[in-house]
Design a binder for this molecule. Structure first.
Ligand SMILES: NC(=O)c1ccc[n+]([C@@H]2O[C@H](COP(=O)([O-])OP(=O)(O)OC[C@H]3O[C@@H](n4cnc5c(N)ncnc54)[C@H](O)[C@@H]3O)[C@@H](O)[C@H]2O)c1
Length: 295
């Protein structure tokens, strides 16, 4: 799905909202142990292209369904789920239609069954092992966040280059030297690498992840990173999200006062971030690295 790499590569199609695609292959090997999984596995048979924006919303539905499940809710209507997720019910139904037949008209969706379906679509049923490099303020905060493990992302390795940090314990893990990173990624069967180092170290860490065979990298550095085509790279920049918030807020204020202003495509709102440290205008076309923040 990925195309060329490089700092100037700011128009890669796979990070745009539409019509970027992800394949859902229901037959993929599942390790789901939930009792509902068997029937779900049987019924997901399609191989459909899912727009990136839908993938992002599926993650949001999954989060809401998790809360509902924890509260003991077993059935939810599309209206309830849509409202709790902050989207329209027509959009929700369209999104869920990518997963195949879902729910019962007049009854609603089985919460656990739908969760499993979405987990399968997002590839979460296989579980992910995460290694993180750069165990500073941000890195420690990420390690301390329990939401990752609850959603199937197990932190298995922490790495840093600072002798004072190497050997220290953060959570259940001992920080190791980045000199061990490549070998350790393989030993730990890591599937996702997280970069939370200063910008100048990010490309080097990224290269180590790639040579260790990782195919999924998340970077908190705002700089563009070179990765080969087979590697999926996501960048998260909360400052950009705030800039988008600011822009949208200003736009809404202007619309309320009916003042003429630059027209902005809705599809390029909160879940798109520019590829360089100098943010492009919102709605300025496709971008290389998308944010992980759900709409
Ligand atoms: N994207 C976001 O929303 C967001 C938010 C906060 C911070 N950040 C970025 O995250 C990065 C880290 O921020 P912080 O506040 O945690 O910084 P920090 O200085 O507290 O931590 C950085 C850590 O990286 C380690 N490090 C430095 N070079 C390294 C290398 N070559 N290999 C391995 N480890 C190395 C340092 O020893 C340190 O432990 C910064 O670049 C910052 O801009 C991004």
């Amino acid at each position: 799905m990925s195309t060329g790499r490089g700092a100037s590569d700011v128009t890669e199609p796979h990070q745009t909202h539409e019509p970027v695609a992800q394949r859902v292959t229901g037959a993929a090997g599942s390790s789901v142990t939930d009792a509902a999984s068997a029937s779900v596995t049987d019924s997901i048979t399609q191989d459909r292209v899912i727009p990136q924006a839908t993938v992002t919303r599926l993650a949001a539905y999954l989060r809401v369904l998790g809360v509902m499940s924890d509260r003991g809710t077993s059935i939810v209507s599309s209206e309830e789920l849509a409202q709790a997720s902050g989207v329209g019910s027509a959009k929700l139904r369209k999104d869920l239609s990518f997963l195949g037949p879902n729910g019962v008209r007049g009854v609603g969706y089985d919460v656990n069954r739908l969760r499993i379906r979405i987990e399968r679509a997002l590839g979460l049923d296989r579980g992910h092992k995460v290694v993180l490099v750069g165990v500073g303020n941000l890195g420690k905060a990420l390690v301390g966040y329990g939401g990752f493990s609850r959603r199937g992302f197990e932190m298995v390795g922490l790495f840093d280059s600072d002798a004072d940090r190497i050997g220290s314990r953060v959570g259940d893990l001992v920080v190791r030297s980045t000199e061990e990173l490549t070998v350790a990624c393989r030993e730990l069967n890591a599937t996702i690498g997280v970069i939370s180092t200063p910008d100048e170290a990010a490309q080097g860490v990224c290269d180590q992840f790639v040579s260790a065979g990782l195919r999924c990298i998340m970077s908190f550095s705002p700089i563009a990173l070179d990765v080969p085509d087979h590697v999926e790279l996501r960048r998260v920049d909360l400052a950009v999200e705030m800039q988008v918030l600011s822009f949208n807020s200003a736009r809404n204020a202007d619309q309320a006062s009916s003042a003429p202003r630059v027209r902005v495509a809705h599809a390029a709102s909160a879940s798109s971030v520019p590829s360089t440290s100098s943010p492009a205008p919102v709605g300025a076309g496709s971008t290389r690295n998308g944010s992980v923040i759900a709409p």
